[in-house]
Ligand binder design. Structure first.
Ligand SMILES: Nc1nc2c(c(=O)[nH]1)N[C@H]1C(S)=C(S)[C@@H](COP(=O)(O)OP(=O)(O)OC[C@H]3O[C@@H](n4cnc5c(=O)[nH]c(N)nc54)[C@H](O)[C@@H]3O)O[C@H]1N2
Ligand SMILES: Nc1nc2c(c(=O)[nH]1)N[C@H]1C(S)=C(S)[C@@H](COP(=O)(O)OP(=O)(O)OC[C@H]3O[C@@H](n4cnc5c(=O)[nH]c(N)nc54)[C@H](O)[C@@H]3O)O[C@H]1N2
Ligand code: SF4
Ligand SMILES: [Mo]
Length: 743
């Protein structure tokens, strides 16, 4: 069945994205503000505090929340404009059911009954696990927990995974291996105390703008900065040392830095012998990893590697930060472990100014990876295959072990199973794979083949266009709950308004479905606070222990850091203060890594490294930010970044339309000639859909441990767009109502 049975232009006409700049939709003047609601930004993992202005059940603006300790009122461009989504004209306000020519509006009863009938039909035909679910971590802790329980007990499927699989799982797997716990080791308050900051694979200034302030504070006190990135990002421009690593080669770089630390005696011998396991094996594993060896792999001059080792080796205090640049690889877990080895080799952890943090990306990327909506996980960051962990959750949920499904498939594997017809039904909440999934044309084919798709979203996302049923859900500011910031701080999310029209809260929708699926007995919550109370019990005794955290404490204390096992416990801003890990042996585990090639290294046919990531003005799949005029004006569409030397070699000029090709697809976009990128690498942001999607190009290859896709390396070639490609691109820009590139 051709599921996208309306031309894109018709979808856009009906459901958007429409770019809106009205401060308050439908009103000529902003009405007087009735109340201010203290909550947090819906976007990135910083979860900046913000006060929303409310009038007549609409969010009409914002004010800074200067008392909130992390951001003290500061916000980035997305945070400033996020309030414009609430009453955006594109909001979905009625359930929709697919017809032969698009969608028709339906009642909630009809739509929910249809979903439940399809669940039953598909499971009867293909088995319980043939109905899968995918979720996202823009959802609060309460909703994340609810999704995990809903999939296992109401859908009765093992196949639940989440969009953190595209985002955080390599860091999570590395953290668990090294530390036995998956959380940034310090609160951001430790950053200004550090005398050396190492940032590997993170565009901090564009992706976590308010965190930059903490780096400036450290710099004001004399801290030095090393940045590792194939691009000279805004934070990279300010670094003392910028290592322009070749994409996909970080573990070799880190091995060579470790080799130097050992060779020069810059190792904390007492710490590695007494507090760590695996030191001797690690030393042996880097014996031949000299800076000269690493230079040939990484393209970073040996002399710079030695300087980095000297800076790291001689520092008294230090903070390591890393993000997706090192994690979204088929060796993402190895990259993370090789960085953590540098922290452990010098024993600089668990003390003031000494620490480590993977910078969590999504709003609730931290909490969302603890409460059991990963295919291998139960609440409290428990292991779904561990009998003791299963027993605890069975007791909290009042079920037998037989009733609790086992490990399911990971996100990309779910799409592979849809492609092969093993999965017949799919419920998708808070994820937009038709922009964000690697090798998007493959994902599209999977959805086209899929017998039944239901999407819960507040906008008609590019994935919802393929759905049989679209259920209008709720925004961040429309439900009470909590979220856990990138530093492990559990903060309170307040409902400012109720969902518009017939849209319902996500919780209402999941509970209504659970009831119709015959599991009313397990979903009896009167409100979201009752869900949190159960989450606390379910997490108790797990590594991600929330037992002592209450909504009241989150408000009064401006957030509580987990682990927090009892209500009398102060919370844990800094982990490992007793120099013990969360492994049963209390030791920090060092792991050897062996450098290997990326899944698709450049070759004669596709000689260029393609990497992808973000722009400061858009968020993820862009569903939310491509509708806000200020942000669209600032960044109307994707550009392909290329070094002038390389552009000259190819005879290409700035803003010319070029076609970037890989073995999977082609993308025609304007060229941005910039000196801030390695000459062998091009970069494309991925926030745009359809023929403008970077993910048409990316490779569907996974890290063997974390199953994270390799978004950061593919082999490509670039040439001037042919006249037909250029014409098509201009039409598409026009259809998507983006500013078309000059002819
Ligand atoms: N404005 C904005 N902010 C966001 C988001 C957004 O969409 N927009 N999304 C949020 C989310 S969910 C996430 S996950 C974070 C992502 O935050 P980041 O990880 O900081 O952002 P990315 O742009 O994905 O990639 C970071 C950098 O990795 C570099 N890089 C590419 N390949 C390599 C490599 O092999 N090695 C190294 N060392 N670096 C490499 C890229 O050049 C890029 O500058 O941002 C969060 N914040
Ligand atoms: N090429 C390339 N691809 C990438 C990346 C990259 O660097 N390069 N990065 C990857 C990363 S790090 C990430 S995190 C993923 C993100 O990929 P996605 O998860 O697909 O991104 P989102 O835009 O957050 O999609 C969320 C969808 O859910 C909706 N939504 C948001 N909040 C809520 C809510 O509270 N309730 C409901 N019901 N719906 C909600 C939004 O409208 C949107 O349609 O993309 C990945 N894809
Ligand atoms: S830094 Fe992140 S949380 Fe803060 S305002 Fe910007 S997008 Fe929102
Ligand atoms: Mo992410």
């Amino acid at each position: 069945m051709a599921r996208l049975n309306l031309p894109i232009a018709d979808y856009v006409r009906t459901y958007g994205p429409h770019v809106s700049d009205a401060p308050v939709h439908g009103w000529a003047h902003k009405p007087p503000v009735e109340k201010l609601v203290k909550t947090h930004c819906c976007f990135c993992g910083m979860q900046c505090g913000i006060q929303l202005q409310v009038a007549q059940n609409q969010v009409v603006g914002f004010e800074p929340w200067e008392e909130f300790p992390f951001n003290e009122g500061r916000l980035c461009p997305k945070g400033v404009k996020r309030y414009m989504q609430t009453h955006h004209p594109d909001r979905l306000t009625k359930p929709l059911i697919r017809t032969t020519g698009g969608f028709r509006e339906a009642s909630w009863d009809e739509a929910l009954d249809l979903v439940v009938a399809k669940v039953r039909e598909i499971q009867a035909k293909l088995g319980q696990d043939a109905f899968a679910m995918m979720s996202g971590v823009s959802l609060s802790n309460e909703k994340s927990y609810l999704v995990g329980k809903f999939a296992r007990l109401a859908l009765k499927t093992a196949n639940l995974d989440y969009n953190g699989r595209f985002c955080m799982v390599s860091a999570g797997a590395g953290n668990k291996k090294a530390f036995g716990i998956d959380r940034a080791a310090n609160s951001w308050a430790d950053l200004p105390e550090a005398e050396l900051i190492l940032i590997a694979g993170s565009n901090v200034s564009e992706c976590f703008p308010t965190l930059t302030h903490y780096i400036w504070q450290a710099r004001d006190r004399g801290a030095r900065l090393i940045v590792v990135d194939p691009r000279v990002t805004p934070i990279g421009r300010t670094a003392d040392l910028h290592l322009a690593v070749r994409p996909g080669t970080d573990s070799a770089l880190n091995q060579a830095i470790l080799h130097e630390l050992i060779a020069r005696g810059w190792v904390n011998e007492a710490f590695v012998r007494e507090r760590c396991t695996g030191w001797d094996e690690l030393v042996a594993s880097v014996a031949t990893c000299t800076p000269a060896w690493a230079e040939t792999i990484t393209g970073v001059p040996a002399e710079q590697i030695c300087r980095a080792a000297k800076m790291w080796g001689e520092a008294k205090t230090s903070f390591l930060l890393h993000a997706r640049g090192v994690e979204q690889h088929t060796k993402g877990v190895d990259n993370v472990l090789s960085l953590i080895n540098l922290v452990l080799a010098t024993g600089r952890i668990g003390r003031k100014g000494c620490g480590y943090g993977t910078i969590t990306g999504q709003g609730n990327g931290q909490g969302g990876r603890e409460h059991g909506h990963k295919c291998d996980q139960l609440p409290g960051n428990r292991d779904i295959e561990n009998p003791v962990h299963r027993a605890h959750i069975c007791q909290v949920w009042g079920i037998t072990d037989e009733e609790l499904p086992h490990k399911g498939k990971t996100a990309v594997e779910l799409f592979e199973d849809m492609h092969e017809g093993k999965i017949g039904g799919f419920l998708n909440i808070c994820c937009n794979p038709m922009v964000s999934h690697p090798d998007m044309n493959y994902a599209r084919a999977a959805l086209e083949r899929l017998p039944f798709l239901c999407v819960i979203d507040f906008f008609m996302s590019e994935t919802a266009r393929y759905a049989d049923v679209v259920l209008p859900g709720s925004l961040h500011e429309e439900e009470e709950g909590t979220s856990t910031t990138a530093e492990g701080r559990v903060v309170r999310i307040r409902a400012a308004v109720s969902p518009p029209g017939e849209a319902r809260t996500d919780t209402w929708i999941l509970l209504a479905l659970a009831r119709r699926l015959g599991r009313a007995d397990k979903f009896t919550y009167a409100d979201n606070q009752e869900i949190f109370a159960e989450l606390r019990r379910a997490s108790a005794g797990g590594t991600a222990d929330y037992a002592g955290i209450t909504w009241e404490r989150c408000e009064q204390e401006m957030g509580v850091f987990w682990p927090c096992p009892t209500e009398g416990h102060p919370g844990t801003p800094r982990l490992f203060e007793d120099q013990r890990s969360y492994h049963p042996d209390g030791k920090f585990h060092l792991h050897t890594t062996a450098y290997r090639l990326s899944a698709e290294p450049p070759d004669a046919e596709y000689p260029i490294y393609l990497t992808s990531g973000r722009s400061v003005f858009h968020y993820l799949s862009g569903t939310q930010t491509r509708r806000i005029k200020f942000l669209v004006d600032k960044a109307p569409g994707p550009l392909c970044e290329m070094h002038p030397q390389f552009a000259a070699q190819l005879g290409l000029v700035d803003r010319q339309l070029v076609t970037v090709e890989t073995r999977r697809g082609a993308l025609t976009v304007p060229l941005a000639v910039v000196e801030t990128i390695r000459p062998d690498t091009v970069f494309v942001p991925y926030h745009w859909p359809e023929a403008l999607a970077a993910n048409q190009l990316t490779v569907r290859a996974l890290d063997p441990v974390s199953k994270m896709p390799e978004f950061k390396v593919a082999a490509c070639r670039v040439r001037a767009a042919r006249p037909d490609e250029a014409a098509q691109a201009r039409t598409l820009f026009a259809e998507l109502r983006l500013e078309a590139p000059a002819p």
